[in-house]
Design a protein around this ligand. Structure first.
Ligand code: MTE
Length: 612
């Protein structure tokens, strides 16, 4: 969209929001527009907010309205805030004497007052008038905080520079947004506190400073925010992925929730009729039956790197095979809590189409109401992971688990659940997790549905040399008989979404010309849940000389190992990434190919090492 169009829309928004100012102070949610015209519509207001342990109490939210921002702006973070901002005067700046000797501000800045960083800091998240700094200017954000669709997340930056946050929400970095922000300027940072036109480094808060330490074994893609894969060895080693090496996919920082206070962490549930009810973690633990479910979480970008390698460039983190892990989750069923909040499970009503989840930092996503209420769906609000308290990286103190669905819907640090006639308006619902055709370079975001239930996939995670001869598979296929041959054990996982069980895993040693079946490992776990939400690990043993016989036709000392899986609906994986290519590299589920280096294997035999 061109800048003039954006600008026009922005000014339209400003005009409208100025008229709505009294309501905006109490606005709770924003929904996307259906058309390009902006409108604010009244909804039935919440008449009361009830706490789970008390009767209804009068709400502090008189007559809220929902605003519908444009879908293309449905990115998490403060762009909405800025677009909805209105030109309110500021009235209480703490002015300090300008240091005339060290600067001559009036020439360049129209006489804006200068503030020391210490003074800006006083306008932190808890002050009556929060301020932020961008470059060397100071802005009073008081009046647009209540309208911020990401809730009060914008206050994270209050009292300091907003730039580290805009580095994360990079959509803000446009001249247009700057232009809007300029409406809120109240001063400049004092030159004493500036270096190269920016606040002194020591004074710029790192949003990730409180992130937890990560296990050194993780394959780190990005540290800030943390995106880290489970290492191949760990994927192969155990059915339940240990918490320390469970893959991490964070879009932002990890919110800090005081452990001692974690039982008081609240989740607000809002129903389509406007009723709200607040549950503390303690309420959830005490009042609802606890359930345990063993389920895989998988990022829609798992194996994206394969798509890039075998098709063409994809946008996004280049995950290999480790953006997937399996854990036992414990918590309460979402459907029980929604029923308690007043939603009819039998007849939720026409306005109840989606269940939206928001996390403490600003992330949000939704699932269809049918998935949330399915008695066999096992959707949880989980507090525990593999019998331990949920780790901070994985959503402490409470997260959503939607088994069989893309993990993007499993919102961590959840603090708000809204039953609505609309999907979540975030970019993570409306844009990021969709798949277009290989030819669709221009993406019409409304054309396809958001990814929910996951397709079938599999991967080779480890190849190991074992010191014995004549494997079961060799005996079956009548291949390698040679004494002294070394056995190669190929291991991996196979998984399908929607509760569909893996039926079969096919392995090829010659790039997909001939096939054999792998052995499915019998991982018994008693608390699986209503359907099969977990992966099957598999292994295949073969003599090294058999792989050698299949070496690359070009004479290279290399064989191509391939795996593909089939689930109980007989869905199977596509052969090529080219056929399923999409720019975002989502759902890269084509046959998984691994080059097996025969020369290195021979060498490893001598050394007694593994080959991955
Ligand atoms: N929830 C919040 N609040 N913030 C996030 O960044 N990432 C989502 C989902 N839930 C995310 C979130 C994505 S894209 C994935 S793949 C999973 O969390 C990853 O969960 P994990 O980090 O526990 O493995």
């Amino acid at each position: 969209m061109s800048t003039p169009v954006l600008r026009q829309i922005g000014w339209d928004l400003l005009k409208v929001t100025r008229g709505l100012r009294p309501c905006l102070r109490h606005a709770q949610t924003f929904e996307p527009l259906q058309s390009s015209s902006f409108c604010a519509r009244s909804i039935r207001p919440p008449t009361a907010i009830r706490t789970a342990s008390s009767k209804a109490v009068p709400t502090r939210l008189p007559n809220p309205r929902r605003l519908r921002p444009l879908p293309f702006l449905a990115a998490g973070g403060g762009i909405f805030t800025i677009l909805f901002a209105s030109l309110q005067p500021f009235d209480d700046p703490i002015r300090i004497a300008q240091d005339a000797a060290s600067s001559s501000p009036s020439d360049s800045d129209g006489g804006l007052p200068r503030y020391r960083l210490a003074e800006v800091k006083q306008h932190g998240p808890k002050s009556e008038r929060p301020w932020v700094i961008y470059e060397d200017k100071v802005y009073d954000i008081t009046d647009w905080v209540p309208a911020h669709p990401g809730g009060e997340v914008i206050l994270r930056a209050a009292g300091g520079s907003i730039e580290p946050y805009w580095d994360i929400f990079s959509i803000h970095k446009s001249p247009y947004v700057r232009e809007i922000l300029e409406q809120y300027v109240v001063g400049r940072v004092h030159p004493i506190d500036l270096k190269d036109g920016r606040p002194l480094r020591d004074h710029i808060e790192d949003p990730f400073v409180a992130d937890p330490a990560r296990d050194a074994r993780m394959r780190m893609l990005t540290e800030k925010p943390c995106n880290a894969e489970t290492p191949n060895d760990e994927l192969a080693k155990s059915f339940l992925t240990p918490n320390e090496v469970f893959y991490v996919r964070n879009h932002m920082w990890v919110p800090v929730v005081d452990e001692a206070e974690s039982d008081n962490h609240n989740i607000t549930i809002e129903l389509p009729d406007g009723e709200s009810k607040v549950y503390s973690v303690q309420d959830l633990k005490a009042r609802f039956q606890q359930h345990a479910v063993t389920a895989v979480l998988q990022c829609s970008g798992n194996r994206r790197n394969d798509m890039t390698r075998y098709a063409q460039k994809t946008n996004g983190l280049q995950w290999t095979v480790g953006a997937i892990s399996c854990a036992k989750w414990e918590g309460v069923r979402l459907r029980d809590v929604l029923a308690d909040a007043g939603l009819s499970l039998e007849d939720p009503g026409e306005d109840a189409k989606h269940v939206q989840f928001s996390g403490l930092e600003a992330y949000g996503a939704s699932i269809p109401v049918a998935a949330a209420l399915d008695p066999m769906g096992d959707v949880l609000l989980a507090f525990k992971m593999n019998d331990a308290v949920l780790p901070r990286d994985h959503g402490f103190p409470v997260r959503v688990i939607v088994p069989g669905h893309v993990a993007a819907r499993c919102v961590k640090w959840v603090n708000k659940i809204v039953v609505s006639d609309e999907e979540s308006n975030t970019t993570w619902q409306r844009r990021d997790y969709k798949c277009f055709g290989p030819n669709e370079a221009k993406q019409d975001w409304d054309k396809y549905k958001a990814i929910q239930v996951m397709p079938v996939t599999s991967a080779i995670t480890r190849t190991r040399l074992k010191p014995s001869t004549n494997t079961e598979s060799d005996a079956r296929s009548g291949q390698s008989e040679s004494a002294g041959d070394r056995v190669v054990q190929i291991e991996g996982y196979a998984y399908s979404g929607g509760g569909r069980e893996i039926q079969r895993v096919d392995v090829s040693l010659d790039g997909g010309e001939t096939w054999d079946q792998a052995q499915l490992i019998d991982d018994t776990n008693l608390e699986r849940g209503s359907k099969v939400w977990c992966w099957k690990r598999w292994k295949y043993e073969v003599g090294l000389s058999t792989i050698g016989a299949n070496k690359n036709p070009h004479g290279e000392a290399k064989a191509t190992l391939v795996v593909k899986a089939t689930d109980d609906a007989y869905n199977t994986q596509p052969e090529s990434h080219k056929s399923i290519y999409n720019l975002r590299g989502n759902l890269a589920t084509a046959w998984h190919r691994v080059d097996f280096d025969l020369a290195a294997a021979q060498h490893s035999c001598e050394e007694g090492k593994d080959q991955e």
